[in-house]
Design a binder for this molecule. Structure first.
Ligand code: ATP
Ligand code: MG
Length: 183
């Protein structure tokens, strides 16, 4: 699967609907401090099912909703759409009949999060599983947060080892062994 498009609507500083095309190869995002570069990466992680507040630089789940500015009032929901190209048919079985996948996550104040894949309601777990083995998921070591490199350098060896195991793609095996031992 390949990232193809990203649409943000009311997500953090992206109050108006914003569409991005993610082309093949390397994509660079440049801009002045505070223009929303890190917010873009957070949107990508969020739509893939990220639920850890620490990864989202905010306290509550509703902190991703545009909170208002001097000339704009706050929004009631935030929505991110991720368009995936599945022309190589590498998506998990449940989704593999589709040429492309549109994953939508929306959070509404006092309601919470809802997910859709190609228009059908799905659970957070379904979206997380969609990316689980694709090395693209919300927890993927391919997505490096600002400050994460220095965190890694200063981390204890045990923590550094966990990150390296994740990068090598073997952390899933421990999880499965643990589940097998419980059975
Ligand atoms: P830097 O170059 O300093 O890393 P950046 O381009 O990564 O900057 P971001 O951290 O993505 O910038 O964007 C920060 C901006 O997003 C701030 O101006 C902040 O006020 C705004 N912002 C974050 N959350 C919200 C929200 N919920 N509602 C409105 N604006 C928000
Ligand atoms: Mg930043």
């Amino acid at each position: 699967m390949r990232f193809a498009r990203l649409r943000l609507n009311g997500f953090k500083s992206f109050v108006d609907p914003t569409d991005l095309v993610i082309a093949d190869g390397l994509t660079g995002v440049v801009g002045p401090n505070g223009c929303g570069k890190s917010n873009l990466l957070e949107a990508l992680r969020w739509v893939m099912g990220e639920n850890r507040p620490t990864a989202m630089r905010g306290g509550g789940m509703e902190d991703v909703i545009f909170a208002g500015a001097a000339t704009r009032s706050a929004r009631n929901f935030a929505e991110v759409t991720l368009g995936m190209d599945n022309s190589e048919r590498l998506a998990p079985a449940a989704f593999n009949g589709e040429e492309s996948l549109d994953i939508i996550r929306r959070v509404t104040r006092d309601v919470g999060s809802a997910y859709k894949v190609n228009g059908k309601d799905v659970r957070a777990r379904d979206v997380q599983m969609l990316f689980a083995d694709a090395s693209t998921g919300a927890h993927s070591p391919a997505l490096v947060r600002q400050g994460q490199i220095s965190e890694l350098i200063n981390a204890k060896p045990q923590k550094r080892r966990r990150v390296l195991e994740e990068a090598a793609g073997i952390s899933g095996l421990y999880q499965r062994r643990h589940e097998a031992e419980l059975k």
